[in-house]
Design a protein around this ligand. Structure first.
Ligand code: SF4
Ligand code: SF4
Length: 326
């Protein structure tokens, strides 16, 4: 039925529109390929789990994060959270505008934000790491935007990992982009993401996601429930009042108001990554030194290099399709 009203469409026209609406990078992936190669093979999910009928193509868009806040070394600076939240808002508007434009051409479309987790899996534990139906970093690789790094962050040739991602699903009859075959990540010999991580969550081509969540959502749902529980458990009205008026309440209120510090947070691993045309030009002078580095981290990285020389791959084999070839 919808087919009767469709206008001719090309991949270039879709990308041109996305760029005109504000995206910096755009690529198109095949929905069936993403379904056939689930980002988590142990728990396969993909575009068809969002919609079976309108997920033929996954248009992945990215917007670069502000270099000005990347240059702030503290992972917990609220200007970083706030600027990143604005970037996300802008990209969400771009996605919605693209949805309406595609629908004007006769193709039903759906916006998928990077924060889209699978709520039916929630087990009542606020610290449980929630995963998405469609991992946008993996979709971005399939759409030819970049490859995954040591901690599975997306790295692009233009902006390294310093991008926000969003996707639009639509069954449009257009050509897809090709995956990059060669890895952009320099591996444990570089290891700057591991050296800078305040949670020490970077593993050997893996990430300790629950540890990372504490920092990438520092005033999010887990912090809110902890704080409310502390207030309930406090003895007496005075103690409760002090907690209600505390700095923790203030940060939670600000995060609920804007999302800053709840859906945005730490991104030190992205800031210090030397890949990306922007790094030398905009960031190196402020970010080359890594104050979070320790001898223990250096030793762990040397161990990874040695193990790789001996043929071990850590988590690389399971994710090689998206990490790319050495
Ligand atoms: S987002 Fe922060 S806590 Fe998470 S891996 Fe990156 S540096 Fe570590
Ligand atoms: S900082 Fe180095 S090791 Fe980490 S993702 Fe970037 S290139 Fe790879």
């Amino acid at each position: 039925m919808v087919g009767m009203f469709t206008a001719p469409i090309t991949a270039e026209a879709v990308k041109e529109k996305a760029r005109a609406l504000g995206a910096d990078l755009v690529g198109i992936a095949d929905g069936a390929t993403l379904d056939a190669h689930p980002w988590d093979p142990a728990d396969p999910r993909g575009p068809k789990d969002i919609t079976e009928v309108d997920s033929g193509r996954v248009i992945v868009m990215s917007k670069r994060l502000s270099a000005g806040v990347s240059r702030i070394v503290s992972w917990s600076d609220r200007h970083k959270y706030y600027n990143d939240e604005l970037t996300l808002t802008l990209l969400e508007e771009t996605s919605l505008e693209l949805v309406y434009w595609l629908e004007d051409q006769g193709y039903p479309a759906i916006a998928v934000p990077p924060t889209h987790v699978d709520p039916w899996r929630y087990q009542g534990d606020p610290r449980q790491h929630m995963t998405p139906l469609l991992s946008l970093p993996h979709a971005a690789v399939e759409a030819g935007l970049g490859t995954l790094g040591l901690n599975l962050q997306l790295i692009t040739p233009e902006y390294g990992p310093r991008v926000m991602l969003a996707a639009v699903l639509a069954s449009i009859p257009v050509e897809c982009d090709r995956r990059m075959e060669q890895a952009l990540c320099r591996g444990p010999k570089c290891g700057r993401c591991l050296k800078a991580c305040p949670a020490d969550a970077v593993r050997h081509w893996e990430r300790d996601w629950p540890a990372c969540d504490e920092y990438r959502s520092p005033h999010g749902f887990a912090k809110l429930t902890d704080h409310v529980e502390r207030i309930i458990a406090a003895e007496g009205a005075e103690q409760k009042k002090t907690l209600i008026r505390s700095e923790a309440s203030f940060y939670l209120w600000q995060s609920i108001l804007r999302g800053a510090g709840a859906i945005t947070g730490c991104r030190r691993c992205a800031d210090v990554c030397p890949v990306g045309a922007d790094y030398e030009a905009m960031l190196a002078d402020a970010l080359d030194a890594i104050p979070e580095d320790t001898p223990a981290k250096a030793e762990r990285l040397s161990g990874m290099v040695a193990r790789e020389a001996g043929g071990e791959t850590g988590g690389r084999t399971a994710q090689e399709r998206w990490i790319g070839k050495r």
